[in-house]
Design a protein around this ligand. Sequence first.
Ligand SMILES: [Zn+2]
Length: 153
Amino acid sequence: MKITLRTKESQQRVIIQTDDGSTPPTMIKFPGQVPQQIALDWSGALDDEKSLKRCPACGCKDMYVSNNFPQITTLVSIALAAVVCLVLIYHKWIIPAAIVLAVVIVLDILIYLFKKPALICYDCRSEFRSMPIGKHHQRWEQGLGERYKRKNS
Ligand SMILES: [Zn+2]
C-alpha cells in the first residue's frame, strides 16, 4: 500500500509505503517547521475485500479512481518519436525510423499494462495506491469535486 497524505492548510505531502498485508501506521508526522500530525482511523475503513469504504485520514466517504500514469507522458513520447522518425526518413533511414516507432509503441503498451489506478479522497486529496479498488468507486465527478472545493475554500 502506498499512501500520499496532504495537510489541508499547506501543500505539504507525506508518502507512506507498507508491505502487502501489514497495517499502515495510525499516526503520521509531517516534517517541517511547524510539526503536524495526522491520525489515520483504519477501524471500519476497509470492507471485506480490503478496499476502502472511507478515507482513513478525514473520514470522507467520497473517493474517486484516478490513473497513476499521466496521459501527457504518452502524448509527449509519441510526439518525440514522430519528430525523430521524420528526421530519420528525411535522411532515408527507413529501418531505424521503423525501429524507433516500434519501441515507442511497445513502451506505451507496457505503460498501459503496468499503470495502477489510485483512489483519491475528494475532501483531503490523499492518494491510496497498490490496494484493491471496490466496485462502488467511480471516476472523478465534477459535481462532487466542486462541492468539496467550495467546502474547503
Ligand atoms: Zn480524506
